[in-house]
Design a protein around this ligand. Structure first.
Ligand SMILES: [Zn+2]
Length: 168
C-alpha cells in the first residue's frame, strides 16, 4: 500500500495492524475512539502562547522563539520519513538568535495530544538538530507518550488522505 509509506520504518507487526484497520475501514473509528475531541487552539496568538508555555516549562535556556504560526503553504511531504518534513519547520535567521515555528494548517483541526507532539518535536529541535537519541530523549521528557503520539499522528495523516478530516 502506497499510503503506508509514511510508516515504512515501523515494525512489520505495526504496519500489518494499520493495513488491517484501513482494509476493514476502521481507521477513523480507531482514531476517534482514542481522540474524541479536537483542540481549540485556533488563533495564532493562542498557538504562540501555547508554544511559549511549553518552552518556559521545559527548555528555558534556548533561543528565543520570535514567531509561531499555522502555515497553509507548508507542504506535506507524504513519503518522507522525517517527522518535521510533514509537520513543521524550525528556521533560524542569520544571527541564530531567533527561531520560527510553523505548523501545517491541517493541524488546526486535530486532537490536542497531536498538537502537543508537534510542538514538543519542534521545541526539541531547538536543542538537537538531528533525530538522534538525545533528541527523542528530550521529546519523551516533555511528553512521555511521544512515540505513540508520533505514530498516531502519522495515522491521522493517512486517515486524512483516505477519509478527510477526522472531525468534519
Ligand atoms: Zn524533526
Amino acid at each position: 500500500m502506497k499510503i503506508l509509506q509514511t510508516i515504512n520504518h515501523y515494525p512489520t507487526q505495526i504496519k500489518e495492524q494499520v493495513k488491517k484497520l484501513i482494509e476493514t475501514e476502521k481507521l477513523t473509528a480507531y482514531l476517534l475512539n482514542r481522540y474524541p475531541a479536537r483542540h481549540d487552539i485556533i488563533s495564532e496568538k493562542a498557538l504562540y502562547d501555547y508554544v511559549q508555555n511549553y518552552k518556559k516549562r521545559y527548555i528555558k535556556q534556548s533561543s528565543v522563539i520570535s514567531k509561531v504560526n499555522y502555515d497553509a503553504k507548508l507542504q506535506l511531504v507524504k513519503h518522507a520519513l522525517g517527522t518535521h518534513s510533514y509537520v513543521s519547520r524550525v528556521q533560524g535567521n542569520k544571527l541564530k538568535a531567533k527561531q520560527e515555528i510553523r505548523i501545517a494548517t491541517l493541524f488546526k483541526k486535530a486532537p490536542l495530544p497531536m498538537l502537543d507532539m508537534i510542538v514538543v518535536h519542534e521545541l526539541a529541535h531547538l536543542k538537537e538538530k538531528d533525530h538522534n537519541k538525545a533528541f527523542y530523549k528530550l521529546c519523551c521528557y516533555m511528553l512521555p507518550d511521544y512515540h505513540q503520539l508520533e505514530l498516531d499522528t502519522r495515522l491521522f495523516l493517512i486517515n486524512n488522505e483516505l477519509n478527510g478530516n477526522l472531525y468534519e
